[in-house]
Design a binder for this molecule. Structure first.
Ligand code: DC
Length: 225
């Protein structure tokens, strides 16, 4: 059996990782793994159980009691906690902040490590997150670090939330994004940073189509080599 092909896409929130990765995975016939959804599911479950996402004792105590699974239904990634599909509950601003907090706890990162690794060992994947190229798949065939200005990223996220009917303002989204950037980049455990061998793509000012084209070319070039 040939070794599965893996594309790691890391970068800050709102850079377009998931939209681009989802589109390209479909085109290439790869599995798209949204690792942020795993941290979100844990953040959601902590809130659900009345805990504080920045309380390591509470979170660590909860981990042995939960089982997380990734399932693909009609090509859509679903996250299950103890058999319950939580996919539709994990996109709120509150869960975003909770995910950022729990993701700084080393026990949470190691809890999710095997699931991410195993998925890439069994399938051709495009996996997006913060530490995929640096920690989860250091041997990935392609590593991309996708970024954009914080204003551009906040504008895109604001428009996305607006479409979903989540009531918020641009300035709230911008504040939350700057806060999450800071948390994700400054934590001790696997902080957000570009792997040394990654290709950095700045999507500021690009349309989605332009960014997709750029990444597609990078992947095609690497696959032809
Ligand atoms: O990509 P996202 O916005 O859904 O991620 C939610 C949070 O999870 C983000 O603030 C940081 C964390 N995260 C992480 O630490 N490592 C990953 N590989 C993916 C996400």
């Amino acid at each position: 059996m040939t070794k599965p092909f893996s594309v790691a896409i890391d970068g800050p929130s709102g850079a377009g990782k998931s939209t681009i990765a989802k589109l390209l995975a479909k085109e290439l016939g790869f599995i798209y793994v949204d690792t942020g959804a795993l941290y979100r599911a844990i953040g959601y479950e902590v809130l659900n159980r009345g805990g504080k996402p920045n309380d390591p004792d509470f979170v660590e105590d909860m981990l042995p009691r939960i089982n997380i699974e990734l399932k693909y239904i009609d090509d859509i990634q679903c996250v299950l906690i103890n058999g319950k599909d939580v996919t539709e509950f994990i996109r709120t601003p509150e869960v975003s902040m909770a995910a950022s907090s729990v993701s700084a706890i080393p026990a949470v990162r190691s809890f999710l490590f095997d699931l991410q690794r195993e998925t890439a060992q069994k399938n051709d994947v495009i996996m997006d997150g913060r530490d995929i190229g640096t920690v989860v798949l250091p041997g990935a065939n392609i590593k991309i670090f996708l970024t954009a200005s914080v204003q551009d990223r906040a504008r895109r996220r604001y428009e996305e939330l607006n479409l979903k009917g989540v009531g918020t303002t641009y300035s709230n989204v911008l504040d939350d994004m700057a806060k999450r950037d800071y948390n994700d980049s400054n934590r001790a455990a696997a902080p957000l940073k570009a792997a040394e061998d990654s290709i950095i793509v700045d999507t500021t000012g690009n349309t989605l189509e332009q960014s997709v084209e750029i990444i597609k070319e990078i992947i095609q070039k690497a696959r032809n080599n």
